[in-house]
Design a protein. Sequence first.
Length: 194
Amino acid sequence: NEIVRPCSHGIDLHTGSNHRTNLPQIRADLEDEATRDWARAFGAPVMINARSRSGSLRQAAAKAGKTVLLFEAGEPLRFDSGFIRSGVDGVLRALAALEMIENTGSQAAPPPCLTVLSSSWVRARRSGILRMDVGLGDRVAEKQPLAQINDVFGGRGLTARAPFDGMVIGHTNNPLVHQGDAVVHIARTGQESG
């Protein structure tokens, strides 16, 4: 009532959740033209068309008729100067697009942006010790190895593979995984929107 209702726009800033890191990305309702244009002005490396989660700030703001972007980058409890710069520059570009500040051109130009319609987490099919074969921003092909999961003796390895062509936009940093844990987050390419 005191913050969201008087606003017209909002940017929700996040890191990855515990033990996870994210490539700088915008999540928003890209089917809405005004939101899509504002997300482009922000200029994150990746924009994902994403529904808001139940109980989230973005959902509450959208229900109140506000235009909201969710920016995610990096990992919790760590400062990454490149990801911080991406967020600061994006916020300044987004404010300039709304004519809330003057566009001085001092912030870096936005990087090329990949706009995708969906993303999916690849999950561990067994528990064990994880060794990543890919990193943030890597392009992957369907069935490409993403990570190895071995037992505590280094044997009986299992390979986690990409389910489709895409780009790695997040991954766990935890070297120990349990069956079902999220391991690698892939933005599906080949279905980019305009």
